[in-house]
Structure formats: C-alpha cells, structure tokens
Write a protein that binds this ligand. Structure first.
Ligand SMILES: *Cc1c(COP(=O)(O)O)cnc(C)c1O
Length: 225
C-alpha cells in the first residue's frame, strides 16, 4: 500500500490553524519518505533516537529544522548540539545543565522545551507540573548562558477517553500559562506550547497548542526495528 504523504500533509495543513506549527515526526521512517514531505514543502521534522537522527541529519538537506523529541541520555547530548533546532524533551534539571555546558563548548545557543508529565502512564518522562513551576519561581534558568527555554512540551494519556485527554492538555497549557505569569518579561521568547499528536491534535489545538507533532497521519504506521 502506498502512502500519499503529499496529500496527507496538504489535508493537515488545510485543517491546522496557520498560527500552529506542524512538526512532521519522521522517526522510524526512511529518507525517501522524508524527502517526499520535504518536496511538498515541509521543513520541520522530529526524531526520537539519537543514532537515527545523526544518520538522517548527515544525509538529508541542510535546511531541515530538526526537533529532538525522545528521551535523551546525558552521554548522548554531544551528538545533538549544533545540529538540532530544538530539544523538546527536557525531563531533568541535570539535562538542562549539561546541554548548557555542551552548547557553551560549541558556542551555540540551544532551544529547548521543558517536558511536563501529566499522562496516566508512568512510563512517560517529564517533570511534574509543580516541579516546573518551582524551577521558574526560583529563576534557576538565569544560570544558563547557552540555552534558550522556548516553552513546554507535553503528552496526553494514551486513551480513547476524550475527557481525560482534554483534561491533560488543559493541565499542560496551565503550566505554560503559569510559567509565563511567574517569570514575566524576564523570560523572553517563551512561546511554544508543543502538544498534540496524530490521534489528539485537534483537542490540543483547542486547548492552545502552538506546535503539533504528527507522525502516523503523515507517514502511516511505523514498523519498529
Ligand atoms: C512518536 C511521537 C509523536 C508522533 O506520534 P503519532 O501518533 O505518530 O502522530 C509525537 N510526539 C512524540 C513525543 C513522539 O514520540
């Protein structure tokens, strides 16, 4: 069965409000499929594994903006810095500090999102909402010289229960809003709220998402290697 990537993107773009960015999640999909999306005008792609990302980064056009969206082990930070446009999956303060150090070494500023955990699944990574609020209240980000915290990323519970999914998005959006309030004007460019995937992006957009991360609706099913 062939997948109409160009058509899928066109349909999505027609539906997603203009103010919301579309990250095409290309993890586990081959270069040819990414190039189909690229040829249809897509420039923002998301990957979740470091090795796979590096290989694709080396082979694919340099005007692609890559977001790293998977759990990142500290020993792999060095492979991403200077290559990714954004790391969306910051789940510990330690990770932030080490990304800052590595970014300073390479003389770049790395954009990141703080991942918030609200979903029912224990396996999902991220800070609890109160941990994030505390981090910003204490203004700990001021110690970072080579990181730009651009916003919040979160995932809703993996369930058909729309009420639960919407409640999760509301919680994530609330963290985003509260951080903005707490930090005020000092925290410049904190304006990305990354939430929503293939199954739930419409709800996420209704709850204020500014960036949806969509894989299977564009590329079809993933075949895990
Ligand atoms: C895989 C993944 C997505 C995309 O999931 P789809 O359901 O295929 O759209 C979005 N966000 C994260 C963090 C992911 O790991």
């Amino acid at each position: 069965m062939s997948i109409d990537i160009r058509g899928n993107l066109k349909k999505l773009r027609a539906e997603i409000p203009e103010s919301v960015s579309l990250l095409a999640v290309s993890k586990f999909h081959p270069d040819e499929m990414i190039m189909e999306a690229y040829d249809a005008g897509q420039r923002l792609f998301g990957e979740s594994r470091v090795q796979e990302f590096i290989e694709k980064f080396e082979r694919l056009p340099k005007d692609i903006s890559w977001h790293f969206i998977g759990h990142l082990q500290t020993n792999k930070i060095k492979y991403l810095i200077g290559k990714v446009a954004m790391i969306e999956s910051i789940d510990t303060v330690r990770l932030l500090e080490l990304i800052d150090i590595e970014s300073r070494k390479k003389d770049v500023v790395t954009n990141v999102l703080m991942q918030v955990h609200v979903a029912a699944e224990e396996t999902k990574f991220g800070f609890y909402p109160e941990e994030i609020l505390e981090y910003f209240k204490e203004k700990r980000y001021e110690e970072l010289t080579n990181i730009h915290i651009s916003g919040i990323m979160g995932m809703a519970s993996n369930t058909e229960d729309e009420t639960r999914v919407r409640a999760d998005f509301k919680k994530i959006a609330e963290v985003f809003r509260k951080v903005k309030e707490t930090a005020g004007d000092e925290l410049r460019g904190f304006d990305v709220l990354s939430m929503g995937m293939s199954g739930d992006w419409r709800l996420a957009v209704e709850e204020g998402s500014t960036l949806v991360r969509i894989g299977s609706t564009i590329f079809g099913d993933r075949y895990y290697k």
